[in-house]
Structures are given as structure tokens and as C-alpha cells.
Write a protein that binds this ligand. Sequence first.
Ligand SMILES: Nc1nc2c(ncn2[C@@H]2O[C@H](COP(=O)(O)OP(=O)(O)OP(=O)(O)O)[C@@H](O)[C@H]2O)c(=O)[nH]1
Length: 331
Amino acid sequence: MPSREDILNAKILVVDDSPDNIELMEEILREEGYTNVSSTMLPEQVCPLHRQHTYDLILLDLQMPGLNGFQVMKGLKEIEQGGYLPVLALTAQPSFKIAALEAGARDFISKPFDLLEVHKRIHNMLEVRLLYKELAQYSKTQQELALHDALTGLPNRRLLEDRIATTLQHANRHHHKAAIMYLDLDGFKAINDTYGHAYGDEILKMVAQRLVAHSRKEDTVARLGGDEFMIVLGDIHTLQDAMGPAAKLVEAVSEPYFINDLTLRLSTSIGISVYPDDAESVEALISIADYALYEAKRAGKNRFCTTSAGPVEATPAPASAPVAPADLAHR
Ligand SMILES: Nc1nc2c(ncn2[C@@H]2O[C@H](COP(=O)(O)OP(=O)(O)OP(=O)(O)O)[C@@H](O)[C@H]2O)c(=O)[nH]1
């Protein structure tokens, strides 16, 4: 529930074409303890101002020359995508009260003002508005949590699959390629077993940071769970465009980790699959990258492997080097 302080600090805009009315309303609000009150006599300024400041309450006169309060509310509806207009209509016309509610105002205050009514209605509206904002923020946080890994903050498998699908659509539309890198840390269990889970967690967070730091901003770095990560590279033209970054990632992960007084080491193996060369569906690309990862592990770890080139240690083959043909007979 919003506190009294939150309510008194809420952002309020007073809109009236009469300077006397504005002055009166500002005084009423100031005396009650509201700290964040501004005003305008120009109805056409309400939408731009609300877009900029996102008011918690707009005290809106309905009868103004030029743009009237009903037209202003129409404009506000386009800004407030959630459909909640923080509008308290001010009117001297009894017949406008219901029309204002129908047009989207949450409540109304009759002119001439009855002080007690003004205070109660403003307080109640702000309480509901701030509660609505808290709920919207809570729901946004929940959605974020549902799509991200709690330990590293990276996208989780659910968000990853979405990102892969989008990347493939984009590649298809622009006749580009895309690549999936499947990473699994080498010797991670030993770190847990030797130094404890807290150290393991710290390493996972540091690995995540290194993977992000060594990837392009537009690539997705995700944690699948345990010591498995996946990176999606969009907008590539050849397999080599994925091999270079893979080599850098293998190297970056193998750099020492300094945690408290300890210096820990581990490495990663990576399997790469390329769209559309290896497969066209998300599931098939993941399973081919998984197979290539298995090959990288089998070949000695701390390296990457693709289905069309053999396992490659940290330093990649030059772009012009011939690559061994795929040996997928036992897949
Ligand atoms: N600290 C920590 N450990 C985890 C977490 N999730 C999974 N693990 C552990 O990660 C380890 C992963 O096992 P493996 O991939 O077989 O271990 P590995 O030593 O890297 O094996 P190789 O891939 O063959 O090198 C298991 O011991 C899990 O218990 C986590 O969130 N935090």
C-alpha cells in the first residue's frame, strides 16, 4: 500500500484555462502537503507534458477554449497503453460528470470546490494510482524473473528459444546465416567438490560476465542451467564468422579466476551449429550444436567444434585453411 509520504510526493498536473482556478487548486494542494504540483493553462500541452513526466494525477478542467477536457482525454488514452487514465475531472456542469467518467476520467470534482471533497477524492485517486503502478512494476519484475536466470541474470532457456527463433527469422529475411554456440564448462564439478558450491556459483557468475564481455551487444548469451550456456550469433556470413568468436570465448573462459585468496582455473568446450547450413529449425540446430559440443569434449575439451570442421583448440584455423569434411556417421 502506498505510504502517506508517497502520496504527498506524487506528480500532479493542474489543467485549467482560468489562472484564478489554477492558483486556488495549487494553494489547496500545497496546504495539504503535496510537494510535486505543476500546472498549465494550455490544454494542448497536457499530452506532451504527460508523455514527458508521467503524472500520477491530472486535475482536468472539462470546459476550456480550443481543446476541451474530453479531447484531452482522448489523447491521453493513446499514451496510457494500460488504459488507466489518471484523470480527475473538474466541472461546474452536473451533466458533464457522467460523460467525463464515460470518457475515461476516474472521478470528478464539482465546482465550486468543497474542500473536504477535493481532499478525499484526490487522496483516494492517488492511492489507487500508486497501487496500480506498484502492481505494474511487480508484474514486470515477475516477467523478467520468469525469463532470466536468477544466479547470473542472463536470459534463461525460455527467452533463449524466443531469441533464436527471432534471429533465424531475421537471417532468413536478409539471406544471412546465424550460429548457435553450445558451451559446457570443463571440470566445473571439481570446483564445487573442492571449494564448495559458493565458489562454484561465483565462477558461474564470472563466466557469464566474461561471455557477455566477449560477445557482440546484439548476440544473446543465455544460461541453460548448471554449467551450460548458449550464445546466439545473428547476422553472420560464413562459418568462420562464428569460429573466430568461439576461439576468443574458449580463451577468455580459460583465464584465471581470482576469488578471495584463491586463483581458480577452468575451461569450456563449445559446439557450433550454423543456420541454415546445418539445420533450419531451432530444435535441430540445438541438437547439432550439442553433438558438436560432445565432439569437442571427446577431443580433449578446452576447444570448439563444428559439424563441418573437426575439433579446434583455442587458436582457430585461418579462414583459408581447408576444413575436414563432416563425420556424422555415428550421429
Ligand atoms: N555451484 C553450482 N553448481 C551447479 C549449479 N548447477 C549445477 N551445478 C553443478 O554443476 C556440475 C555440472 O556437472 P558436469 O558438467 O558433469 O561437471 P564437469 O566437471 O564440468 O564435467 P565435464 O563437462 O565433463 O568437464 C554438477 O556438479 C552440478 O551439481 C549451480 O547453480 N551452482
